[in-house]
Design a protein. Structure first.
Length: 230
């Protein structure tokens, strides 16, 4: 069995190779380890191997891991990203525990996160989730509505708008994946040109990170390639 440290190295090499092929600096891409459903021990092992950024889909599970890690003197540098759907009754948990949120697609959720973010904590870093390919089973705001929501989020206190996040439908091949990711990058560019201060494009997972990086992703969310199948 390949150790987590070896798997982490393999994923880092995939990122570096694609960045070099695309004429990009590998340091411009952040690897987010998606640790949902895996035990705290997996997070600690990944952290020991050098991983700092973690994504959790299930809020209560994520809060339990965050609380446990923050009680440890050796885990003070971990950064936690909420990458799952957020219901209104869970916004306080997110606002008081996580560092980033990738899944804001309604002003109501953003307003609640803003109101519930403790004033003694740094601003909550926000990505707007966009349903870039119109998938019927996918969450996210329509691309045409992203600019308006972005401006509304950017105006809220205790939040900092950082970028966009996408989870497109599974593509048939590399060319199709690249086309969808390129559409997200084009939207990101248009929003920046319209005045939104965006520096993050969260797209690409274990199976399609090469296509996402070729299109311009700045953050890839990798779970199974690191931790194995769920």
């Amino acid at each position: 069995m390949t150790s987590l440290q070896e798997k982490l190295h393999i994923v880092q090499q995939r990122i570096a190779s694609q960045c070099v092929a695309s004429g990009r600096d590998p340091q411009s891409v952040q690897l987010l380890a998606v640790s949902k459903t895996f035990a705290l021990s997996a997070v600690l092992e990944a952290h020991q191997a050098g991983q700092k950024y973690f994504g959790e889909n299930y809020i209560q599970e994520g809060v339990e891991k965050i609380t446990a890690c923050r009680a440890r003197p050796d885990c003070g540098d971990l950064v936690w990203h909420c990458i799952g759907p957020i219901q209104s009754n869970k916004t306080r948990l997110v606002a008081t525990h996580f560092d980033w949120v990738h899944t804001v697609d309604r002003l109501k959720i953003a307003q609640r996160l803003s109101e519930q973010r403790p004033p003694d904590m740094p601003p909550l870093q926000i990505c707007i989730q966009v349903n870039i390919d119109g998938g019927v089973n996918k969450a996210g705001i329509a691309p045409a509505d992203a600019l308006e929501l972005g401006r509304q989020v950017a105006a809220l206190p205790r939040l900092r708008l950082r970028g966009l996040m996408t989870i497109p439908e599974l593509a048939a091949d590399y060319a199709d994946a690249l086309a969808v990711h390129q559409a997200a990058k084009d939207l990101w560019d248009r929003l920046r040109a319209a005045g939104l201060e965006l520096d993050t494009l969260s797209m690409g997972m274990s199976t399609d990170l090469e296509a996402a990086l070729a299109a311009g992703s700045t953050m890839v969310r990798v779970g199974s390639a690191l931790f194995g199948s769920r």
